[in-house]
Design a protein around this ligand. Structure first.
Ligand code: HQG
Length: 188
């Protein structure tokens, strides 16, 4: 896949902003499941369908999903990562998780996480990765000094915690108690 140009990355970030965090800055509203009409989005952002399609298809994490409504209109939403202040329910089915999932975070958060567990903070869910390399990438968004935590997701599921998998493969759950977290890798 060809990497996005700088302008396309900028558009991708703008899409994340309006489809996950602040739809109102573009005068958009999202439906209960986070969808908004593509035509409305194009007008709101002043972009063409071709410009949108390149960014949706070329996005490194497949952050956005397009689907066609029964009336034939195309809709778009972010596949995960919404702010709690945006009332969106992705309506994902519960899925049995693998035995272990991972979470990359700056070392500065470690003591607090070991005390309070993983919290969704400003988002709807705690985000977990399928493997250590992916968790490292997530943690490195914020720091070069990253800790990868292993989450005992299999045991959590046995205890009744519910897991979902977003359309782009991110694992989601509401909280992870500190008792189910261990340090997998530090100072990579
Ligand atoms: C931390 C990206 C202290 C948590 C990624 C994280 C992901 C605590 C930060 C998605 C804590 C929240 C989400 C506690 C949690 N004490 N720190 N008790 N509980 N934290 O951005 O997982 O590129 O909301 O470790 O790929 O970093 O945007 O979550 O560092 O899927 O598409 O609080 O964002 O996707 O940060 O990243 P975030 P995240 P995109």
């Amino acid at each position: 896949m060809t990497p996005l140009t700088r302008d396309q990355v900028r558009l991708s970030k703008r899409l994340s902003l309006v489809l996950r965090h602040r739809p109102e800055v573009a005068g958009l509203s999202l439906d209960a499941n986070g969808w908004t009409p593509v035509a409305t989005l194009l007008t709101a952002l002043g972009i063409s369908r071709a410009e949108l399609d390149v960014v949706v298809a070329g996005n490194d994490k497949a952050r956005f999903a397009v689907s066609t409504a029964p009336d034939g209109a195309d809709l778009i939403r972010a596949s995960q990562g919404h702010s709690r202040r945006v009332a969106v329910d992705l309506d994902l089915p519960p899925v049995d998780p693998p035995r272990e999932l991972f979470h990359g975070t700056p070392r500065a958060n470690l003591a607090s996480i070991q005390r309070d567990g993983l919290r969704p903070r400003s988002r709807h869910h705690v985000h977990l990765s399928i493997d250590v390399p992916t968790a490292l990438v997530v943690g490195r968004r914020r720091s070069t000094d990253v800790v990868v935590l292993a989450v005992a997701s299999g045991v959590m599921a046995d205890e009744g915690h519910v897991f979902h998998r977003s359309d782009n493969g991110v694992w989601l759950t509401t909280v992870v108690p500190s008792s189910h977290i261990s340090v997998k890798r530090t100072n990579p």
